[in-house]
Design a protein around this ligand. Structure first.
Ligand code: PLP
Length: 417
């Protein structure tokens, strides 16, 4: 496997042959193909690298001072000192911990959107509770709050909205509904750093907990990682204990307390969900660049919006006036005027050297969820309709407006019957 194979296949499946053809093996009669434009790539700078090296040299590689600094920086970034930020090794772990801390368990129901990644829902099953999937708002592809209202039963304990693609779900309506019915709200903010709703950053909106992801293709990355944010001190304490084996003090406290102490207590069968200092070292510098990253993503989204005008593609909605979209994803939908299917569209873009993805194959289509709950596509008409037509185009900070124009030209060519 060559380096370029590896780089692409990690996130984007096998590389097309053109990517790995070297100039030696290439027939010089043929035009040199443009390099493959991957669907996603992280942007790791020298500061991140230096901080990781510093961590490695420090002798403290697992959870310690840098994880703590990353948490403090995260709270400062959100601008609300009343928040607790708790670093974990994935958003999946964070969602699990938040629901556990809220006491979700067997017999409970948790409502979420079918139009998400399975992690949003699987954590509910970890706890023995049941998932109730609902449809989306066809304009935003975020959870439909009216559908949530219809799905509430006496067993409903919580709702997990997803800020799809980096656009805030309708949080004012959802929080009002949750309050009316005494439901907990845990935001899946894996796409939403930084996103605002009503001028306030996601993470500060007043839900019980908000969970961010720092997976490799997210808006900032630590390779693998996540952050649980909450204003609830008791919930924060439970997450803190449960992310590290149910130990009543974490390793950092234990080894850095004024009086070094070997003593600890196990108060619950906890998990191993702590974030390493190696990962936090990346996060500290990625977070400093989060606003600049968002600005670059927004620039690319605006360039797409212009470059794709006139094609038989429905472009994604922007944020509400005055709000910010994180633009983790740029999702278009083929309209009925498109002469080809979504699958053929993706094949043609791929042949033109452009990586794409589909967010998401809805959960109601996936065998586990479909069979477990006897789900049918007719119950999720908006998600199903969108799924059959949507494509996520590449959007990441290392792209240029010229890359966007190349994608748009390839899309235009692909859409000629
Ligand atoms: C990426 C993602 C997750 C999981 O994040 P990890 O950090 O990989 O666990 C959860 N929900 C959504 C919507 C995601 O996109």
């Amino acid at each position: 496997m060559t380096q370029c194979d590896k780089r692409v296949s990690l996130l984007h499946g096998p590389a097309p042959r053109a990517l790995c053809r070297t100039t030696e093996t290439m027939n010089h009669e043929l035009p040199i193909p443009l390099p493959f434009l991957p669907f996603a790539l992280p942007e790791i700078g020298e500061e991140e690298i230096a901080e990781v090296v510093d961590t490695l040299r420090s002798g403290w590689v697992t959870t310690g001072p840098k994880a703590k600094r990353f948490e403090d920086d995260f709270t400062a970034f959100l601008g609300d000192p009343g928040l607790h930020s708790l670093a974990v090794n994935s958003a999946t772990a964070g969602l699990h911990l938040a629901l556990e801390a809220l006491g979700i368990g067997p017999g409970d129901e948790v409502i979420t959107t079918t139009h998400t990644f399975t992690a949003t829902a699987e954590v509910v099953r970890y706890l023995g509770a049941d998932v109730v999937l609902v449809d989306i708002d066809p304009a935003t592809l975020c959870i439909d709050v009216a559908a949530v209202a219809r799905a509430i039963t006496p067993r409903t304990k919580a709702v997990i909205p997803v800020h799809y693609g980096g656009l805030a779900a309708d949080m004012p309506a959802l929080l009002a509904l949750a309050k009316q019915h005494g439901l907990k709200v845990v935001e899946d903010a894996a796409h939403a750093l930084p996103t605002t709703s009503g001028g306030r950053l996601v993470g500060t909106l007043g839900s019980d907990a908000t969970v961010f992801s720092f997976y490799a293709n997210k808006t900032i990355t630590t390779g693998e990682g996540g952050m649980v944010v909450t204003r609830d001190a008791a919930l924060a304490q439970r997450v803190k204990v449960m992310r590290l084996h149910g130990i009543n003090r974490d390793a950092f406290d234990r080894f850095t307390a004024k009086v070094p102490s070997w003593y600890y207590e196990i108060v619950a069968p906890g998990f191993k969900y702590n974030l390493t200092d190696i990962a936090a070292a990346l996060g500290i510098h990625q977070l400093k660049r989060a606003r600049a990253f968002q600005a670059q993503r927004q620039l690319l989204a605006e360039a797409y919006h212009t470059a794709l005008a006139g094609l038989p593609l429905l472009r994604p909605p922007g944020p509400c006036p005055g709000d910010q979209h994180a633009w983790h994803l740029y999702v278009v939908r083929l309209t009925d005027a498109a002469p080809i299917s979504r699958d053929v569209f993706i094949e043609r873009l791929y042949a033109a050297g452009i990586g794409c993805s589909v967010h998401y194959i809805p959960l109601h289509v996936q065998p586990y969820w479909r069979e477990r709950y006897g789900l049918q596509a007719e119950s999720f008409p908006h998600s199903q309709h969108a799924f059959e037509r949507l494509v996520s185009l590449p959007i990441y900070t290392r792209m240029t407006v010229a890359d966007v124009q190349r994608v748009a030209q390839a899309a235009a060519a692909a859409l000629r019957a």
